[in-house]
Design a protein around this ligand. Structure first.
Ligand code: NDP
Length: 259
């Protein structure tokens, strides 16, 4: 048992998560006897207590517990400190250490894009993580969550004061389209936005969202949420294993598993 390590994803809901599948297959390909499971956590305030009770070595954290993980981890490192959100927990010398790989994972998704003016739709946790590394304008359907971005000096809009600029990279970070047929902005607004754009990225995975369906009609280069899932996952795996992975090889393995 000494060399076997246990990992999990904490979330609510968590049944749909593809993280166990992709990480377990990766362990197998690497010849590691580790195991990755999923844990439905209802009360986020118990996240670190559960982590310790389960005697696990690492965990990913998904909606809606990233802020609890940030608040309760024994220590928080790197960009997670600024973001106020943790998506990866690692047991290091008996301490549960929190990191965030969503922002840097997203930068991997768009690394080959040639863009100048990105627009982020949505102002939740994912938008926060992405905007930490990507200077973008932000548009949200309501005012409340924009406060965080305003204080950090971002140009922010709600739908009815939105100013159209030549945005070339459009990123949907809302959950619109996850379980419904909603667009993240009114159709007529998206039509104007897509007209000048080159790229459209969605963070939702598992289905073609109305946002990406519409972007396809404008012949934009598309990336769905699977890309973010893979890249944030590879960066989390590096933290779990405490070693740098060959990114090209890891990408190949993860995409083969998931597509
Ligand atoms: P939050 O709950 O923090 O934020 C949700 C955002 O979506 C808010 O800005 C909210 O607006 C907006 N929103 C929700 N529904 C609609 C709608 N019908 N129309 C317009 N705006 C809407 O969520 P997260 O940022 O944590 O997560 C967002 C999505 O990203 C989830 O679907 C999650 O699964 C996905 N995700 C995927 C990852 C991946 O690996 N692919 C990684 C991380 C997240 P308002 O403020 O007005 O309520």
């Amino acid at each position: 048992m000494k060399n076997k390590k246990l990992f999990t994803i904490f979330g609510n809901p968590v049944i749909h998560s593809k993280s166990p599948l992709m990480h377990n297959c990766f362990f197998e390909k690497k010849g590691l006897k580790n195991c990755y499971t999923r844990f439905l956590l209802e009360d986020g305030s118990e996240i670190i207590k559960k982590f310790k009770e389960l005697k696990i070595n690492g965990a990913n954290v998904t909606v809606p517990h990233k802020e609890w993980a940030y608040k309760l981890a024994d220590e928080v490192r790197g960009v997670a400190k600024e973001m106020g959100a943790v998506n990866t927990l690692v047991l290091e010398n008996a301490k549960v250490v929190g990191y965030n790989t969503d922002g840097s994972g997203f930068m991997e998704v768009i690394k080959e894009f040639d863009y100048k003016n990105p627009l982020i739709i949505g102002a939740g946790g994912t938008a926060r993580a992405i905007s930490y590394l990507l200077k973008a304008d932000i548009v949200n359907r309501s005012e409340g969550r924009l406060k965080f971005f305003k204080e950090k000096g971002f140009k922010t809009y709600i739908w009815n004061n939105f100013e159209y600029k030549n945005y070339d990279l459009i990123i949907n970070t809302t959950s619109a389209g996850l379980k419904d047929e909603n667009l993240p902005m009114p159709k007529e607004m998206l039509e104007k936005v897509f007209k000048n754009a080159k790229y459209a990225v969605d963070v939702v995975y598992g289905r073609e969202t109305p946002f990406l369906k519409m972007a396809k009609e404008y012949n934009l280069v598309l990336r769905d949420g699977l890309y973010l899932l893979v890249y944030q996952g590879i960066l989390a795996m590096e933290l779990f294993l405490g070693e740098k992975l060959n990114k090209k090889e890891a990408e190949k393995v993860y995409f083969e598993i998931l597509t």
